[in-house]
Write a protein of this length. Sequence first.
Length: 266
Amino acid sequence: MKIHKTAVISSGAEISEGVEIGPYAIIGGKVRIARNTKIGAHTVIEGNTEIGENNNISHFVTIGTPPQDIGYKGEDTRIVIGSNNTIREYATVHRATTKQDWVTIIGNDNYIMSYSHIAHDCVIGNKIIMVNAATLGGHTSVGDHVTLSSFIASHQFVRIGAYAFVSGLTGLPRDIPPYMIASGPRASLHGLNLVGLRRNDFSREAINGLRKAYRIIWRESTLLKEGIERVKKEMETFPELEILMDFLTADSPRGITRGSRSKDED
């Protein structure tokens, strides 16, 4: 371990070998940090927080502070962070409330840029990029390989499906389905995230099938339910389409984002 002499480490903290902790960092008594994670100067980690291996947590990051929820009464809720994540300067991650599963979760291989905020009870998947000042309201769930651009903001309980791309300055009052691009002050869909799908080696057949499903559901159908039924009747299923359909038919407190009617979609 390489711990700077000015760092404050509570006696109950569990710090594994290879961990580096910078000047004036503060580590609480219920924190557990696995091997080879680096903690930058002035970072604060408190609460019942578990951090995996090989994370790079920069300066002035705050992790594990109480949720911004007026109903929270100091319960021993948690944060669990996986491995190989990068969390940059001034990012904030809050521990959970008691209103869901008592845990805020961040998966593996994520890149969380400066001033991003992950609120209480969020569940973040793997290989996600959160660009500077991206903000997730409480209980937001984010699938794998999602890109959240600068200054996006999600409403509480929003779901963002895998491989989605959310453009900068976008507000998310409703769910963003997998594979889609969303943008706008109150987001609308603008076709498939073709660049992301191609970079992740989606087959041409899968992309063409998803484009057809998008066209049926969001361009040709008046109601979401109507579009879903048409896809079931008119298209043969394939794994990526099953993921999309499962997302669209799952229970959601927020509802599904509507499609744009602009002519410049994919």
